[in-house]
Design a protein around this ligand. Structure first.
Ligand code: ARG
Ligand code: GLU
Length: 717
């Protein structure tokens, strides 16, 4: 009896740590509301999510490709991170109008700047469609049959619901495909930049501080949603008017104390909390190390060139930030998993799990077999995955090669057209044309990248696994990778604006000539090699693993009683709740749960480039011109940490207090806690949020755009 209890306790403690969980908003009433109330939440589940009444969910949106934003005024004003607005801000910038460097604030509606290709999506409702997707999938189906049945059900249901609801819809699998949910959405396409602080504030601390606590950057930017006269989504037009939202968040100037309830409402991208020990070992020892090494090499090269001049810096700013961000995250994750003995903990859990099901012999056998299948599959998959990462992170890290490769389909269609066959040449060619003249590409920088990447590739990927054509080139140049690289860059039209423009000018007539371009030939030979040999195998293993995970997940949910399961993040709307919390990063060290402008000024004194700020900020600091944005000790706070379980995609998410008032904007996690995507630990995994009082201070005092505060609902002290 006692033993059994210990087993159950250890299982539960691994699966259900306080504050862990990314909950589906429509299930909060059934699953979480009591827990939330116990922790201090003052509102009802219906105020979080309702399809009949205005609720918080109507003010939380997918921003751009993968961030979250929240509505903070009745006139469609939205708040997100600086790094989420980054690519839009960079697109609007030039060397003359450098909004990254100088910041930008519209002083009236006319000055708000339209951001091409930026969208903002709201969720209208969420429905369980599991039976519609899995209803006709028979247990006797093979993996392939099952997959194709599900895909076809997904497609037809999406189409049907789009017509029925007159809204866009998408369906996602949850719990590794054990359940499916439908999301009815509304996407706005006329989004305008209202304001952004300069990078020296928005990204203060640069890559040095990224993923690190204590933090002192004001990672925010503001946009406005525009709609047509009927308040519906429309393409950009001068006639459009500010969107009138269903709901917008009140903003609290009252601050918070350690231990206060907080919740984060947003769109977390991807977590993998239910992996086996074999998978964790794979991530920690196979996947992360290779990816980190390759990215660090690329970054060193970009870094050197970007330091040389502003044109190159602007060209590569966005790419650099993206590559650096995950390189650092994976590194933190790798170290965190190692330090917390994640693999051993999972092994222990698996043994406990088998004991839990041992009363039923057939179950025990089933899961014992499943776990050894996992082991075998990951062992086989590891070398293949490494080879695949060398394709995506190394070869495809060369811009010219990737660009040339994207012509494969155009040449194929051109050939079809020449032969008088059905073809999509015109459409495909049009898709490629806007890239000219090459923006964000510097031939000499790319040449260096190419050399470094090919060099690493040839050194680390076994000859027998390399594309034959690449190998023959290496042989022809007697292993001199620099000479090979120079041959490519001195002769290709895919690396040179002038030559490329010529090529585009009469592509239809003489395009086929360029099929002999050396960069193109290399790119296609690489793509063909991977398309034929590596990718199908990768897909095969991924499908196997997905099937096994689905079985395992089902087993966990059926057999681990007393545990509330939440589905892994999958880019859909989630609520996570916890509290304002500090942490101990290591023995003998304690971190406070908030930072202030004093710390920013201290960091600035280091003189390091990442900690540069404009004199204006220092002047305001000297004058102590903090207005009513200070805490009760007169300190101007910048950021704070909490135990909310978040991940990539939660950037820009509203951080709310017990009354659902906005107290911050989520923007990062702590270095020690980046492993939380795989194994959350409430004692040291922290989300990092920007204090909304600092946001308002920047808008009001620094930028002089205080007029914007008039449209917000401020809860004063
Ligand atoms: N680490 C944060 C996230 O995952 C912020 C990234 C942007 N900031 C930066 N310094 N690169 O997106
Ligand atoms: N910065 C992340 C994002 O862009 C949030 C940090 C995290 O991964 O938790 O979503």
């Amino acid at each position: 009896m006692k033993r059994k209890l210990i087993v159950i306790l250890s299982v539960i403690s691994l699966l259900a740590k306080a504050d862990e969980g990314m909950w589906m908003p429509q299930l909060i009433a059934a699953l979480n509301i009591n827990d939330m109330k116990k922790n201090g939440f003052k509102l009802t589940a219906e105020q979080i999510y309702s399809i009949n009444k205005a609720s918080m969910k109507d003010a939380v949106a997918i921003f751009g490709g993968g961030c979250t934003a929240e509505v903070i005024s009745e006139k469609g004003l939205i708040l997100t991170n600086h790094h989420c607005g980054f690519s839009s801000i960079a697109n609007l910038s030039s060397v003359q109008h450098d909004y990254l460097k100088d910041g930008y604030w519209a002083m009236n509606a006319k000055e708000e700047l339209y951001c091409k290709d930026l969208t903002v999506t709201f969720i209208k409702r969420i429905e369980d469609v599991t039976s519609k997707i899995l209803g006709n999938v028979k247990p006797t189906f093979s993996e392939i049959q099952r997959d194709s049945a599900i895909q076809s059900n997904l497609k037809s249901l999406e189409k049907k619901t789009k017509e029925e609801y007159k809204y866009d819809t998408f369906i996602r699998g949850f719990f590794y495909g054990n359940e499916y949910y439908l999301f009815v959405t509304e996407t706005f396409r006329d989004i305008r930049l209202v304001g952004t602080p300069p990078e020296s504030i928005g990204k203060f601390g640069g890559e040095t501080d990224n993923w690190v606590w204590p933090r002192h950057n004001a990672d925010f930017s503001m946009f406005r949603i525009y709609a047509n006269k009927e308040n519906k989504p429309a393409e950009y037009s001068e006639e459009n008017v500010p969107y009138k939202p269903v709901y917008s968040f009140p903003i609290s100037l009252k601050g918070y104390e350690k231990g206060d309830f907080t919740m984060v409402y947003g769109f977390p991208g991807r977590t993998q909390e239910y992996l086996t020990s074999y998978a964790v070992n794979f991530v920690q020892n196979v996947q992360d190390p290779v990816r980190v090494e390759l990215r660090e090499k690329r970054l060193a090269i970009l870094d050197a060139d970007m330091g040389k001049n502003d044109t190159i810096r602007l060209m590569y700013a966005n790419k650099y930030a993206g590559v650096a961000n995950y390189a650092k995250k994976w590194k933190g994750e790798m170290i965190g998993l190692q330090k917390s003995d994640a693999v051993q903990k999972k092994e222990q859990f698996e043994q406990d799990f088998l004991k839990m099901v041992s009363a039923d012999a057939s179950k025990k056998e089933k899961y014992t077999n499943l776990l050894s299948e996992f082991k075998k599959t990951y062992e086989e998959y590891a070398p293949l995955s490494k080879q695949y990462d060398y394709f995506t992170e190394c070869l495809m890290g060369i811009d010219a090669l990737r660009f040339a490769g994207s012509f494969q389909v155009v040449f194929n269609e051109l050939r079809n057209k020449r032969d008088g066959k059905d073809n999509k040449f015109d459409a495909k060619f049009r898709e490629l044309k806007p890239v000219l003249p090459f923006k964000n590409f510097n031939k000499e920088t790319d040449r260096k990248l190419c050399y470094a990447m090919l060099d690493m590739y040839v050194k680390n990927v076994d000859k027998s696994l390399r594309p034959a054509y690449l190998d023959s080139l290496v042989d022809a140049y007697k292993g001199n990778i620099q000479a090979l690289t120079d041959f490519l860059y001195n002769n290709s039209s895919f690396v040179d604006n002038k030559k490329a423009q010529q090529m585009f000018a009469d592509f239809e007539k003489s395009g086929q000539l360029y099929e002999r371009d050396p960069m193109y030939v290399l790119a296609t030979s690489i793509l063909r090699h991977y398309q034929k040999t590596v990718i199908p195998q990768v897909n095969y293993y991924e499908l196997q693993i997905a099937e096994m995970q689905k079985e395992y997940m089902k087993g966990l949910r059926e057999n681990v009683k007393d545990k509330k399961f939440y589905p892994d993040a999958n880019g859909t709307l989630r609520v996570t709740f916890g509290k304002v919390a500090d942490y101990k990063p290591r023995d003998g060290v304690e971190y406070e749960h908030f930072t202030t402008i004093d710390g920013l000024v201290d960091k600035n004194k280091s003189g390091l480039e990442d900690f540069y700020v404009k004199p204006r900020l220092l002047e305001l600091f000297e004058k102590k011109d903090f207005g009513s944005y200070v805490d009760k000790n007169g300190k101007l706070r910048i950021a704070f940490t909490g135990s909310n379980h978040t991940t990539g995609g939660n950037s820009g998410s509203p951080v709310l207090n017990a009354k659902g008032e906005l107290i911050g904007t989520n923007f990062d996690r702590n270095w020690e806690g980046t492993m939380s995507d795989i194994m959350y630990n409430g004692s040291f995994c922290r989300n990092i949020a920007l204090d909304v009082r600092f946001t308002l201070w920047v808008v009001d005092k620094y930028a002089g755009a205080g007029y914007l505060l008039n449209e917000m609902k401020l809860i004063k002290k």
